[in-house]
Design a protein around this ligand. Structure first.
Ligand code: 13P
Length: 249
C-alpha cells in the first residue's frame, strides 16, 4: 500500500516572515498520528531558513527545480549536491511553468530527474497536457511522451521517483479535473510505469496537481491511483493546506 504525499509548491511566493508563520501554523495543526507524507517546495533563497525551521519535523523540504549538471559554468543553477546540503529531500522537475517559460524539454527534465536521483533527492516529475492538447484528444500521448523520457534516462531507478499529473488548464485556474478524469490519466501513467517495472508501478506515488483545495481534495484522493497532491495556491494558506493533509489521512 502506497502512503499518500501532500506537497506544497509555493512557486515564487513567500518572505522570511510569511514562511515562518506558515510553517509554524502547519506544524501546530498537523496530527501527530498522520500517515501521509508532507512536503513544502520553496523558493531556493529560503531553503536555509526552512532547513532550520523544519529539521526534525514531519514536514520534508523540497526545491522547485534542480540542475542536471554536477558543477561548473552554469550561471544561476543549483546542483543536487548544493540542495542536499540544505536538507532538500524532494525536487520538482519539469513543472509546466518551467517547460513553458524556460523551454525545458522532455529530455532536459529527464536529466534533472537523473541528477536528483544520483544525489538521493526524490524528483517530483510533473507531466500534463495543455487545454488545446486535451481538446484535440492528445492527453494520453502527451503525458506518456513526457514520462517515457524520464523512464528512458533513469532505468530501474524509476521506482524512486514521484510523478505529478498536472493538467496545465487546471493550474491556478480554479478548474479542477474531476476525480474520474484525473484517475483515468493516473491509470495510464501507472500502466506505463508497470510496463517499465512492476516494482515501480507498485511503489511510485502519482500525485494530482491543479486547483486542488480543501473542498475537492477528499474526492480526488479517494481514487485508486491518486496517491497525493501537488498543491499551489492552497499550500500558501495554513488552514487550507491542513485540510488537504487531513483528507489524505
Ligand atoms: P494550483 O494548486 O495553484 O492550481 O497550482 C498547482 C501547481 O501548479 C502545483 O505545482
Amino acid at each position: 500500500m502506497r502512503t499518500k504525499l501532500i506537497a506544497g509548491n509555493w512557486k515564487m511566493n513567500g518572505s522570511l516572515a510569511d514562511n515562518e508563520q506558515l510553517c509554524k501554523a502547519i506544524l501546530a495543526g498537523m496530527n501527530t498520528s498522520q500517515t501521509a507524507g508532507v512536503a513544502v517546495c520553496a523558493p531556493a533563497v529560503y531553503l536555509s531558513q526552512l532547513q532550520n525551521l523544519l529539521s526534525g519535523t514531519a514536514i520534508a523540504l523540497g526545491s522547485q527545480d534542480i540542475s542536471s549538471h554536477e558543477k561548473g559554468a552554469f550561471t544561476g543553477e543549483l546542483s543536487a549536491a548544493m540542495l542536499k546540503e540544505f536538507g532538500v529531500r524532494y525536487a520538482i522537475v519539469g513543472h509546466s511553468e518551467r517547460r513553458q517559460y524556460h523551454g525545458e524539454t522532455d529530455t532536459a527534465v529527464a536529466l534533472k530527474a537523473k541528477a536528483a536521483l544520483a544525489a538521493g533527492i526524490t524528483p517530483i516529475v510533473c507531466v500534463g497536457e495543455s487545454l488545446a492538447e486535451r481538446e484535440s484528444d492528445k492527453t494520453e500521448e502527451v503525458v506518456k511522451r513526457q514520462l517515457a523520457a524520464v523512464i528512458h534516462e533513469n532505468g530501474h531507478c524509476i521506482s524512486e521517483i514521484v510523478v505529478a499529473y498536472e493538467p496545465v488548464w487546471a493550474i491556478g485556474t480554479g478548474k479542477t479535473a474531476t476525480p474520474e478524469m484525473a484517475q483515468a490519466v493516473h491509470a495510464v501513467l501507472r500502466a506505463q510505469l508497470h510496463a517499465a517495472s512492476s516494482v515501480a508501478a507498485e511503489r511510485v506515488q502519482i500525485l494530482y496537481g491543479g486547483s486542488m483545495n480543501a473542498a475537492n481534495a477528499a474526492s480526488l484522493l479517494s481514487m485508486a491511483d491518486i496517491d497525493g497532491g501537488l498543491i499551489g495556491g492552497a499550500a500558501l494558506k495554513a488552514a487550507d493546506f491542513l485540510s488537504i493533509i487531513a483528507a489524505a489521512n
